[in-house]
Design a binder for this molecule. Structure first.
Ligand SMILES: NC(=O)c1ccc[n+]([C@@H]2O[C@H](COP(=O)([O-])OP(=O)(O)OC[C@H]3O[C@@H](n4cnc5c(N)ncnc54)[C@H](O)[C@@H]3O)[C@@H](O)[C@H]2O)c1
Length: 265
């Protein structure tokens, strides 16, 4: 299977081997792509992304996704290293300051909320605006961001990340129009099941909730590896006319009302 033969891409957000982006990077390379990896400078110090870089023979370019200069540098260097414009980009970034500092949703600190929006959602717009201005993406390229169903339904402990994801998904639709018109580039979000990662387990009550979602979904929670397979498909030429969509990758959770497994506990 060489769905990404000859394609070049940038993967944001691999922190450690539990990260969804880690699995996506592995699968993209296994499917023949050449990639660069990027993460915030602080994550490079605390995470294990260097191991992944060595394993995949991929360069790591530090970038704070909220910083326009960092993004410009990332795109310039990636094009140099990969030998031209990129064909795909994965935005796999999420961080809530209020969640991290255990502030309740009804007692939010607004400076922190703005930081959360900047990191988790506005960074996606910044990335796409920079890439479009620099003409850094090949025609018929594919841009993806990872999201969660709390954008549509209420999950109290997800806190301000719910609004971050709603904003992220809206940016995908709005920017998808412009990128599509100008460059035939598609922009989508994948709404993933709860997944045991650093960002995931930061949410209060995550373990119980993970089990509930698993029992509610007829196929069970979708694992990170399967999410990576879906990303590969979305980066491949087999999905060239899918754009401005929020695509559920959740074992059926989003369509369920009640399941026997949940009823029986
Ligand atoms: N884990 C889940 O349950 C779940 C479910 C649905 C969607 N998602 C989404 O998947 C994506 C990846 O999360 P994950 O679960 O793999 O966790 P993760 O903690 O492994 O990844 C989050 C990444 O965001 C990066 N990041 C934070 N601030 C940054 C900044 N300023 N600049 C650049 N990078 C920055 C972190 O360094 C980290 O690599 C996130 O968007 C998350 O919301 C996760």
């Amino acid at each position: 299977m060489n769905l990404l033969e000859g394609k070049k891409g940038i993967i944001f957000g691999a922190l450690d081997d539990k990260s969804i982006a880690w699995k996506v990077a592995e699968k993209c390379v296994a499917h023949g792509a050449k990639i660069t990896l990027t993460n915030a400078p602080v994550a490079l110090r605390f995470g294990t992304i260097n191991e992944l870089g060595e394993k995949l023979n991929a360069e790591i370019i530090p970038a704070d996704a909220t910083n326009l200069e960092d993004l410009e540098n990332l795109l310039t260097k990636s094009m140099e290293i990969l030998g031209g414009k990129v064909d795909f980009i994965l935005h796999s970034i999420g961080m809530s300051v209020n969640v991290r500092k255990k502030r309740e949703y009804t007692n939010i600190k607004y400076e922190w909320m703005q930081k959360t929006f900047d990191v988790s959602a506005i960074s996606f717009h910044k990335l796409m605006q920079t890439a479009l201005k620099m003409d850094a993406v090949n025609d018929w390229g594919s841009i993806l961001a990872l999201t969660y169903i709390a954008a549509q339904r209420t999950f109290p402990d997800y806190n301000e990340m719910a609004e971050s994801k709603a904003l992220l998904e809206s940016f995908a639709r709005s920017f998808g129009y412009h990128f599509g018109e100008q460059k035939k580039v598609r922009v989508n979000t994948i709404s993933q099941s709860p997944t045991m990662t650093t960002a995931g387990s930061g949410v209060k009550g995550f373990d119980e909730f993970f089990g509930y979602a698993d029992r509610m979904s007829p196929l069970g929670n979708a694992p990170a590896e399967a999410c990576a397979d879906y990303c590969v498909t979305m980066f491949s030429d087999l999905t060239r006319y899918v754009t401005m969509q929020n695509l559920y990758h959740d074992g059926g959770f989003s369509t369920m009302g009640m399941s026997e497994k949940v009823l029986k506990g």
